[in-house]
Design a protein around this ligand. Structure first.
Ligand code: ADP
Length: 658
């Protein structure tokens, strides 16, 4: 604030306007808006009308919730006044209004989340600015794209004093007391000159405004009134004379006012849904999918749900586990971001829910325990998952887009919402060894050869490494399909989901694996038990030698080319789960794994021979240690003691080179 002056004149207190500076961020934003080449300047009207509509919502809600507040809500409306000659446009509402603190707090600063992000992005690339403006929405500030000066005159419902705010968008604004203004807010814009080149149209023209209201704000549930010119024909007095034409100014409601969700789906144009989506989501693109859903039965509700085309940048930020669903009760706006209506794994949804039987006084705390809200939540979950399933079947390309953006979020539902596990598994897409494209579990099962009982998967961080992992050799040799789960979240859900359609999930990296038909298995078992007897001493000695690093050294039937690999014990968590838990700061003991050896491999055969010679046992142990490290490297892991590894390797190499 830089000037304050109060003075008395003839005993009356005069308070001149006080000048304030916009908050730094707000200033930056203003600068961007004013200087931007954003072509969609007309959206300023949508922003003003939507603010006015919110202010009317707030007044209606306040009048129900606060019995002390004595306000007339019988004719809530918005009025647009135009002055073509003076180039002035006015938007007036009789809503909640603002007091002086609110004027400063709400208009002079920007509290909207994402603004800092917006500014950072905008300063990075000038060209992206216009897209960003559309994406984030700049609210009231957008008026400075079309106005040289804006004046807000407002009086808060229930308060005596009104205020006048004024700014030319140059970094400062002033506020002064303005006496007993009508309750609500009037915003006057002194428009810039028409500039077709820069897309500044003449926003004082009747048809321009009509067109903008129809396009952007038709569904606002309060009347938007404007004086319009009507041509009237006055019949001639006498026969043979021409009828007379006169132009009459009449007040007309220029929006249809019907809440979009209350209209039947067939009667609403797709464009209207899209426009509605943009209004509530601050997205500039059309949604990927619109779901119109009316709940019937014990609890009635109407809803419109949107799946955005792109994931917002903050989808994975924990503080944003909010929902983008607005709650209405019988057309009265109650709240934004109603978290109880959708589970966190559907937090990408945007939309509205209008419930018929809730109390208008409902608070966030009560919502959590409300049976109707629970029922609506359940209904929405089912509807959305069913819609996704139909999309997967009927619009595979659209579904793929959805999955790329939100698949990871949906997977959270596999462990957060066990009741919906099967529905989510139905729409899951995963990578697989047998398909260059993502596959569904159903398709995997349909490709399973006779005799295969389980769904095989491998988890880890890197798809390329996983595909070549030694543990996959036998699967590759036998042509058995393995799901490749390389998304970090995969290692979490796959631990909690044990089966799908009576088929168990089985990790390639864990426990014993027996592939092939019965006769083959039997022959293999017999051979293996022979080899076990044969190599028993070597295995015991290796287990003992590597006991700090492994649980056991045993023979394997899963290898064909590699000498060794690591697997987890049947009931131990996989190494990727261990890594995730540790990354999240969980204290977890390191879990030892099992080193499996390929008895057919020349290295193992030679180790066995050398082991029989007492003098060469040390060499055998060096090789054993190298085999362990090699197995770690082969699955993309990191060896814990690279120096010892290098020493042993040199020793062995020198020997090999004679
Ligand atoms: P947003 O509407 O996205 O919050 P705006 O910059 O458009 O951002 O408006 C900032 C705030 O100013 C609004 O949230 C609202 O509280 C207040 N406001 C704006 N216009 C009006 C109005 N016509 N009546 C009452 N309050 C308003």
């Amino acid at each position: 604030m830089y000037n304050t002056s109060r003075f008395f004149l003839n005993g009356v207190l005069f308070m001149s306007a006080q000048t304030y500076e916009f908050q730094a961020q707000a200033k930056q934003l203003l600068n961007l808006v004013i200087n931007s080449i954003y072509s969609n300047k007309e959206i300023f009207l949508r922003e003003l009308l939507s603010n006015a509509s919110d202010a009317l919502d707030k007044l209606r809600l306040a009048s129900v919730q606060d019995s002390e507040l004595n306000v007339d809500t019988s004719d809530l409306h918005i009025e647009i006044e135009r002055d073509e000659k003076e180039r002035v446009l006015k938007v007036i509402d009789n809503g909640i209004g603002m007091n002086s603190e609110e004027l400063q707090g709400l208009i002079g600063t920007i509290a909207r989340s994402g603004t800092a992000e917006f500014l950072a992005k905008a300063s990075e690339s000038k060209t992206a600015t216009s897209e960003l403006i559309g994406q984030f929405g700049v609210g009231f500030y957008s008026v400075f794209m079309v106005a040289k000066k804006a004046v807000i005159e407002t009086r808060k419902a229930g308060e005596e004093e009104g205020y006048r705010w004024e700014s030319t968008g140059d970094g400062t604004y002033s506020i002064e007391e303005a006496g007993s203004l009508p309750q609500g807010t009037a915003i006057t814009l002194y428009l810039k000159d028409v500039d077709e080149e820069n897309e500044v149209a003449d926003y004082t023209q009747e048809w321009t405004i009509r067109d903008l209201v129809k396009r952007y704000s038709d569904f606002i549930s309060y009347p938007i009134r404007m004086l319009v010119t009507k041509h009237e024909e006055i019949p001639a007095d006498k026969e043979g004379e021409e009828p007379q034409h006169v132009d009459k100014e009449v007040m007309e409601t220029i929006n249809s006012m019907k809440a979009l969700w209350a209209r039947s789906e067939s009667e609403v144009d797709k464009k209207e849904y899209n426009e509605f989506y943009r209004r509530i989501s601050y997205d500039w693109q059309d949604p990927l999918k619109t779901i119109v859903y009316k709940g019937e039965g014990t609890f009635e509700f109407q809803s419109i749900l949107f799946i955005p085309a792109k994931a917002p940048f903050d989808l994975y930020m924990p503080e944003r586990h909010k929902s983008g669903i607005q709650l209405y009760v019988k057309r009265v706006f109650i709240m934004d971001d109603c978290e109880d209506l959708v589970p966190p794994y559907l937090r990408f949804l945007r939309g509205v829910v209008d419930a018929s039987d809730l109390s208008l006084n409902i608070s966030r705390e009560i919502l959590q325990k409300n049976r109707q809200i629970h029922a609506i939540n359940k209904g929405i979950v089912r509807k959305v998952l069913d819609t996704l399933k139909s999309m997967l079947k009927d619009e595979p390309e659209e579904y793929r887009k959805f999955w790329n953006e939100f698949g990871r979020v949906i997977k959270e539902g596999l462990y957060n919402d066990p009741a919906q596990k099967d529905r989510i598994l139905d729409i899951l897409l995963v990578n697989s060894t047998h398909s260059s494209d993502l596959t569904t579990l159903e398709d995997y099962i349909s490709r399973m050869p006779e005799g295969q009982k389980d769904i095989y998967y491998i988890v880890g961080e890197n798809r390329a490494v996983l595909e070549k992992a030694p543990q996959m050799e036998m699967f590759r040799a036998k042509g058995i399909e393995v799901l490749i789960l390389s998304d970090p979240i995969d290692s979490i859900w796959v631990e909690t989901v044990s089966e799908y359609k009576d088929k168990k999930f089985k990790s390639v990296l864990r426990g014993e694996i027996d592939l092939g038909d019965e006769a083959e298995k039997k022959a293999k078992e017999e051979k293996l038990s022979e080899q076990k007897k044969d190599l028993a001493d070597l295995l015991t000695s290796m287990t003992d030698n590597l006991k700090d690093r492994v649980k056991e050294v045993r023979l394997s039937s899963r290898l064909t080319d590699s000498p060794a690999c690591l697997v987890s014990d049947e009931n131990d968590p996989s190494p990727s789960v261990e890594r995730i838990m540790k990354a999240m700061g969980q204290d977890m003991p390191s879990i030892k794994r099992i080193l499996e050896l390929n008895p057919e491999h020349p290295i193992i055969k030679r180790m066995h021979e050398l082991f029989k010679e007492e003098s060469r046992r040390e060499e055998v142990q060096d090789v054993a240690s190298l085999l362990y490290d090699q197995a770690v490297l082969a699955e993309g892991g990191e060896i814990t003691d690279p120096n010892s590894f290098a020493d042993r390797l040199s020793k062995v190499l020198i020997k090999a080179l004679g």
